[in-house]
Design a protein around this ligand. Sequence first.
Ligand code: APR
Length: 241
Amino acid sequence: MLMQISISPTDRLFVLTGAGISAESGLPTFRASDGLWAGHRIEDVCTPEALEENPALVWEFYSQRREQGAKAEPNPAHRALADLEAKLGDRFFLCTQNVDDLHDRAGSRRLIHMHGELAKSRCEDECGRPPIEDRTVYASLVEVGRCTCGARLRPHIVFFGETPLEMSRIQSKIDDCSLMVVIGTSGSVYPAANFVNWARHAGARTVYVGPERPLNASAFTHIVEGKAGEVLPGLFEVLSI
Ligand code: APR
């Protein structure tokens, strides 16, 4: 029988997800492939320098991601987390590294997209206006929309070398948790790969779910091997008083 994780009436849960949770929805993970897109290293396309030097290439990449994301549907793992949030309320918090909207569409609400969101764009000049909803698949750079200040829009994505979003809120939610569950992330991108160490420092139990051991496997108190969509629906036992 598969392992179950008991959640007591006083537990506070912090969940971190990565590309692996969307794999069963048909969205490829980053490091499963050869890490290349159209002959470019991902790390060369998703940077502020690439946006400066070759915005057409950056927008082509994210337009393709938008097209692919729109066709994908939430899978049983996304839905299991939304169901768990419905039971735990404010004792549940979800932080995702994914820029797709599958958690949102599954019903998760206490959610931070720390690496940004595919379905939004913002001012390339950082004029201070908030990101706007933008699911447009642009066929060329001339079609890309403009901010009301006149500057071109950029994807609302945290590029390599940029600071993830809402870090102080994330830090305080980790300080406050008694259980951290990390799902489908290789543990190779920081600071997210360090969250498990912050949680252990705060005295929390730490569980990893995925088909392979992540690079930071030794920091977890439990590893549950398997695909998220198969493991998560039966993983949690919510205890009442
Ligand atoms: N269920 C759970 N995990 C899975 C599944 C599955 N069905 N399929 C694959 N995985 C796991 C892989 O074993 C791997 O450890 O998902 C992980 C995906 O790792 P990465 O491709 O490195 O993705 P991630 O860790 O989310 O990348 C982090 O890097 O490129 C940047 O900003 C981007 O948010 C991304 C960040």
